[in-house]
Structures are given as structure tokens and as C-alpha cells.
Design a protein around this ligand. Structure first.
Ligand code: F6R
Length: 608
């Protein structure tokens, strides 16, 4: 949440910062600002409410400066306006900071400073950092930042400038990601690598408790006691073209279409037909250790949680290991029972979600073995987990997660397959599942080729204010995911429910203005779902169905039906979810919504 970028070098800093902020905009987009300087000149600070394109309008070409910091905000403290936008300055204007995270004791600190005459400008928690640095400034910015950090309670990724030390940025991290980009006679700082990918592929990831000083000449990483920390320079595995829209109108549309390739990548080298099993090397676990696993707990938030629910269902069904998925925000505070024969999976596209990260640390503190399923390479969860698997879906830029979800599913299917084959699943059954998995990308392509049919459905149905998404078994979490997608980008209210559960309450909502979207695979529960559809129809409810090609019975009952290809009955979540993603996308388009940057949201929720 919120994006930070910093630059020291010979280029026009304002351009580098604006470009970086544009790339980071998916992390927060309610206001933005930059501050640039050069030796012997005053800082130039420009900020405003709105998007980066609004900021660009006030940053004329004549903003000179070869170093600076920038920020794109997702408001936590204080309303969205020009004053609360970052950067923030100290009272004299000598110190300029940008901050991600939350300073929990800011009111206490602010009151203390006000008692000694300080007058604050904004309502933010962040401004207090600039005031404290000014108050304690010793003539050495690094030293001062080291002295001030212990006064702050909460989380931060910060970048700081001081007028007396032109060309220098001091950064510090505690709970909010920061990465350095190492260039030739130029250095970059950012909250994620997408901001710097256009300039360098050499990255240094900071850990919590680490600080950095950047100048155009190089960098120095150290801790709060000023002990030098040697950091490894790592190559960023992503290409610039992966974060371009490539002819699509929106990142979300592009990412939905990328699923054919991203699922293939997730399977690549991880399915073995000879032994009819899956292999996930990154787990760092020997087969005999995996055999001792008695329980699996999956921990995640949002869309990743929905993938986790399917993962748990599948592990229990295929491998006969007790498995459950937990919301990370809840698990952290419930004093969970952690057992040595339980395997904990934390699932996070970004690898930075605060709730998930803190839940992971709590389980680790209790001695649990935690494996990560992340997309972003080098992210905090990926680095702090005890092993794990990368999704390899490529950068996901749209705020609404799509391709990461299907890649998370892919990993869970490989995992369930290998756990099952170690126990009782036969070679024949294992091979049948692998063959069906390998056909999925082609099936998804066939669904995408009919996107215009979903667009037609969206044209017809986007006018409704409420929707129910209904499925059973493995497809119940898909219904939850479909509803989440629709509400987050179109702002239409939608609930994802078990089709069986509606008669225990939600059926009261059914009338001719609340359509229900039913997921009807040809699995063991199909007939039951059809009964549920009839119950809705009997109450005048409008019915959309996603059903399997040739299912004329469903087509006869539903008002509208979208057909998906036939697959193995356990694999339908992959094929059911894609039409729901497209439906949400096209409804949002019909309603004129900001698809990639829906209101109030941000990619990567790095605050609790
Ligand atoms: C919904 C969405 C969110 C995320 C959630 C967890 O489209 O993107 O619900 O899934 O914030 O994020 P990660 O997976 O990065 O931990």
C-alpha cells in the first residue's frame, strides 16, 4: 500500500520519479507527490490529490533536479487532499520524507512536539517523522535517522532528504518493503521493483531493521547501531515488457488472457508422467517428511484465501489429509494451535500482505513449519518462509487478482497430487489427473475465445444492484471469488454462497431483481445444484449458469448459460472462474468503472 520511489544520479529526477510512480500507482492512487533537488538549489516539492497524471500536470518541464523522492498514497490517516499527500516536510522545510506504513504512536509524539511549539500541517501519522528528524538533526542525516527510528512504533518504509546534504537519500524499513536499484553512477529506491525495472535489473532487498544511504556513487546498508550489513545484489527476474498493457485496454483484461500461459508456466517442470506425480522442489522437504504430514493449514487473505479454500478441499479429497484454510487476519489473533506434524502454507500474490505476513510470523514463533506460495520474487513472505514455491505468473498489475489465483490453484493441484501419490493414489489415477491438468490451458483458451458471449451477458445484467454467486464443493470458493471480483471492480453488491446454503437464509433475497449466477460442473453434485437452481427459479429469480458443453438440462432451466469445456470433475474450478472474471470485467466496463484501480482499494495491503 502506497508506493515510494527515490533517485540519485544524472538524469532529470522528476522524470524518473514520475515514471516510477506511474508503475507503482497500483499500490495506491488517491494522491501523489515528488520532491527534487540539486546541489545548491532549493528543494522543489509538488503534490496533489488525484492520480499520477494529475501530478504530471503540475510538474512542468522546468523542474530541475538530479535527486529526489516520490510517493503515491493510499490514505490511512487523514482524508484524501493535497495537504495530506506525501512528501511531508519538517517545520522549516529542511527535512522531506515519504512514508509507507502506519506510525501507531504518532498522536503521542505529535502532542509532545506540539508542547514544544511545533505546528503540524497535515492530519497524517507520517508528518511526525519529518519533525522528529529536524528536531534531532546532528549534522549527519544517517545518524539522525538511526536515533529517531527507535521512537517510532508501527510500520514504515521511509525515504528522507535533508537540505544540508544534497544528493543523499536515507531509507529505512520496518514492515513495509523497500528495494534498492543499483545502476551505473545512479541509484534507485522503491517499494517494489516495478518502479525501477526500466532502469536497472540489479536489486538489493532491505530487511526489517535495515537502513540505507544512497548517493549517485553507490549505497551503504547498515542497522540501527550503525553496523555495516553486506547485502547481495540480486537480478530482477521480470522484464519491462511484462508490465506493459500490450494492446489490451486494461491490465485486468490482459492478465485474464495471460492465464493460458501462466498456468502452463506454473506446471512447467513440476509434473512427472513417469512417476505420475507432482514435484515442488522449493518446499525443501524430503519425501519421508512429507509423508509424516498429518494436517495442512493454509493461511491467506482475499482472493488468495479463496484459492486456499480450494487447495484445502482438494488436499483432503485427494490425499486424505485433514486440511483447512484460515483468514490470516483472524488466525493471527486466535492463538492458533501449532503442531509439529502440520504443514502451514501462506499464500500471497504480493508476498507483502501485512495480515498474512504477521500470521506467518506468529506460526513460526510457535515452531510451525511455514511454506510460502508467492508470486513476487524476493518479497518478504518469500524470503521469510521456511521454503516455498513461486507462482511464476509474471507481474500482476491490476488490483483485482486473476492470473495469480489460477496459478495458486495450479500449485495446490500439484501439491495435492504429490501428497496423494505418496499415500494411496494409484499410478493410473495420478496419470489421468496429470493428463487432464495439461489440457487446461487449451480449455481456458477456448473460454477466452468466447469472451464476447460473456460481454453480451454483462451488457444485459450490469443493471442489477445485487447478485448471488452459487456453487458447491470445490466450486463453492469459486462462487466466493466470482462475487469478490464483481463487487471490487464494478461496485455491484454480490455474495458468494454454497448453493446448498441459500435455503438457510439468502433465498429470502431472491426476486426478479437479484440474479443468481450458478456454477454447474458435471460432477457428483450436479443434480443437487440443479435442484437449487429450480428452487431459485420457483421464486422468480433470474438465472445465469456456467455449465459444461452439452448440458441441455441446465440450458433449459437457466435464463442464460455460458458453456465451458468438459474436464476431470476435480479440475472445474480453473474453468469456472475464468467466465466469472470476464463477467466482472465487462460489467465494470459497462458501468464505466476504473477497472485497474477500483475505488478505495490498492494492490498489496501492507497495513493491518
Ligand atoms: C482481490 C485481491 C485481494 C488480494 C488480497 C491478498 O482481487 O486482489 O483480495 O487477493 O489482498 O493479497 P495477496 O495475495 O497479495 O496476499
Amino acid at each position: 500500500m502506497c508506493g515510494i520511489v527515490g533517485y540519485c544520479g544524472a538524469r532529470a529526477a522528476s522524470e524518473v520519479l514520475l515514471e516510477g510512480l506511474k508503475r507503482l500507482e497500483y499500490r495506491g492512487y488517491d494522491s501523489a507527490g515528488i520532491c527534487v533537488g540539486s546541489s545548491g538549489t532549493d528543494f522543489e516539492l509538488l503534490k496533489r490529490k488525484g492520480k499520477i497524471r494529475d501530478l504530471r500536470e503540475i510538474v512542468g518541464k522546468d523542474v530541475a533536479g538530479t535527486f529526489g523522492i516520490g510517493h503515491t498514497r493510499w490514505a490511512t490517516h487523514g482524508e484524501v487532499n493535497d495537504i495530506n499527500a506525501h512528501p511531508h516536510t519538517s517545520e522549516s522545510g529542511d527535512v522531506v520524507i515519504v512514508h509507507n506504513g502506519i506510525i501507531e504512536n504518532y498522536l503521542e509524539l505529535r502532542t509532545l512536539l506540539e508542547k514544544t511549539g511545533s505546528v503540524f500541517q497535515s492530519d497524517t501519522d507520517s508528518e511526525v517523522i519529518a519533525y522528529l528528524i529536524e528536531k534531532y538533526y546532528s549534522g549527519n542525516l544517517e545518524e539522525t535517522v538511526r536515533k529517531v527510528l527507535p521512537l517510532l512504533k508501527g510500520t514504515y518504509g521511509i525515504a528522507v532528504l535533508h537540505k544540508n546534504e544534497p544528493g543523499k537519500i536515507v531509507g529505512a524499513r520496518n514492515g513495509s518493503p523497500l528495494v534498492l536499484g543499483v545502476g551505473n553512477q545512479e541509484m534507485f529506491l522503491a517499494s517494489d521493483v516495478t518502479a525501477i525495472l526500466a532502469y536497472t535489473k540489479n536489486a538489493v532487498y532491505l530487511n526489517d531493521g535495515e537502513l540505507v544511504t544512497l548517493t549517485s556513487e553507490g549505497y551503504r546498508t547498515f542497522d540501527i547501531h550503525d553496523t555495516l550489513i553486506q547485502k547481495q545484489v540480486e537480478e530482477i527476474g521480470w522484464e519491462l515488457e511484462q508490465i506493459e498493457k500490450k494492446g489490451f485496454d486494461h491490465y485486468m483484461e490482459k492478465e485474464i488472457h495471460e492465464q493460458v500461459a501462466s498456468i502452463r508456466r506454473a506446471f512447467q517442470g513440476r509434473l512427472n508422467k513417469d512417476s505420475a506425480t507432482g514435484h515442488l522442489g522449493g518446499l525443501n522437504m524430503l519425501p519421508y517428511e512429507l509423508l509424516q504430514v498429518k494436517r495442512v493449514v493454509i493461511i491467506a487473505a482475499g482472493t488468495s484465501y479463496h484459492a486456499g479454500l480450494i487447495g484445502a478441499y482438494l488436499i483432503e479429497k485427494l490425499a486424505r489429509i485433514s486440511a483447512s484454510a484460515e483468514l490470516s487476519s483472524e488466525l493471527r489473533y486466535k492463538n492458533p494451535v501449532v503442531e509439529h506434524d502440520t504443514l502451514y502454507f501462506v499464500v500471497s500474490q504480493s508476498g507483502e500482505t501485512a495480515d498474512t505476513l504477521y500470521a506467518m510470523r506468529e506460526v513460526q514463533r510457535k515452531g510451525g513449519r511455514v511454506l510460502g506460495l508467492c508470486n513476487v520474487i524476493g518479497s518478504t513472505i518469500a524470503r521469510e518462509s521456511n521454503g516455498g514455491v513461486y507462482l511464476h505468473s509474471g507481474p500482476e498489475i491490476a488490483v483485482a487478482s486473476t492470473k495469480a489465483f489460477t496459478s495458486q490453484l495450479a500449485i495446490f493441484y500439484i501439491l495435492a497430487l504429490s501428497l496423494a501419490r505418496m499415500r494411496h493414489l494409484s499410478v493410473e489415477d495420478g496419470l489421468r489427473i496429470i493428463q487432464a491438468l495439461e489440457k487446461l490451458p487449451d480449455h481456458i483458451q477456448r473460454i477466452l475465445d468466447q469472451a464476447d458471449k460473456i460481454e453480451e451477458l454483462a451488457k444485459k445484467y450490469h443493471i442489477y444492484n445485487n447478485f448471488l454467486f452459487l456453487g458447491r464443493g470445490l466450486n463453492y470458493p469459486v462462487a466466493m471469488e466470482g462475487a469478490l471480483k464483481l463487487k471490487e471492480i464494478s461496485y455491484i453488491h454480490a455474495e458468494g454462497y454454497s448453493a446448498a446454503e441459500i435455503k438457510h437464509g439468502p433465498i429470502a433475497l431472491i426476486n426478479d431483481t437479484t440474479p443468481s449466477l450458478f456454477l454447474v460442473p458435471d460432477d457428483a453434485l450436479r443434480d443437487k445444484v440443479i435442484t437449487n437452481m429450480k428452487e431459485v427459479k420457483a421464486r422468480n429469480g433470474r438465472l445465469i449458469a456456467v455449465a459444461v458443453e452439452g448440458d441441455t438440462e441446465v440450458a433449459d432451466i437457466a435464463d442464460d448459460v455460458f458453456f465451458i469445456p468438459h474436464t476431470d470433475e476435480i479440475l472445474y474450478p480453473f474453468l469456472m472462474v475464468v467466465p466469472t472474471q470476464l463477467f466482472a470485467y465487462y460489467c465494470a466496463i459497462e458501468l464505466g468503472r476504473d477497472v485497474d484501480q477500483p475505488r478505495n482499494l490498492a494492490k498489496s495491503v501492507t497495513v493491518e
